[in-house]
Design a binder for this molecule. Structure first.
Ligand SMILES: [Zn+2]
Ligand SMILES: [Zn+2]
Length: 100
């Protein structure tokens, strides 16, 4: 289970929707990345669920959901805004919803 919500930067107009940190879903664990190509934060699977880990091929490297050629970097909402590099990300609790 993870809680996804809207996060907005205190300095610029950057907004993303997601967990903003490492979390565990039924389909596996996810981690947050920032894609330089899409200029967006996304939560991507970084490992399959435990019961599949032995049988499946090794986990693919982290990549953008939209285009694997995009340059990405790991990022969490505790770090400064990935867009302007200055602001802090502020969660909007009213938009929170649970995903699993
Ligand atoms: Zn991308
Ligand atoms: Zn910003």
């Amino acid at each position: 289970m993870a809680t996804w919500m809207d996060w907005s930067c205190s300095k610029c107009d950057f907004v993303f929707h997601g967990a903003g940190e490492h979390s565990a879903l039924r389909s596996g664990t996810t981690t947050s990345i920032y894609c330089e190509g899409c200029e967006d934060v996304m939560d991507v699977l970084d490992a399959p669920p435990p019961w599949r880990r032995d049988k499946e091929a090794p986990v693919e490297p982290l990549a953008c959901d939209h285009d694997k050629r995009h340059a990405i970097r790991p990022w969490t909402a505790k770090e400064p805004c990935p867009h302007c590099g200055e602001g802090t990300m502020i969660p909007d609790e009213r938009t929170a919803r649970c995903v699993d």
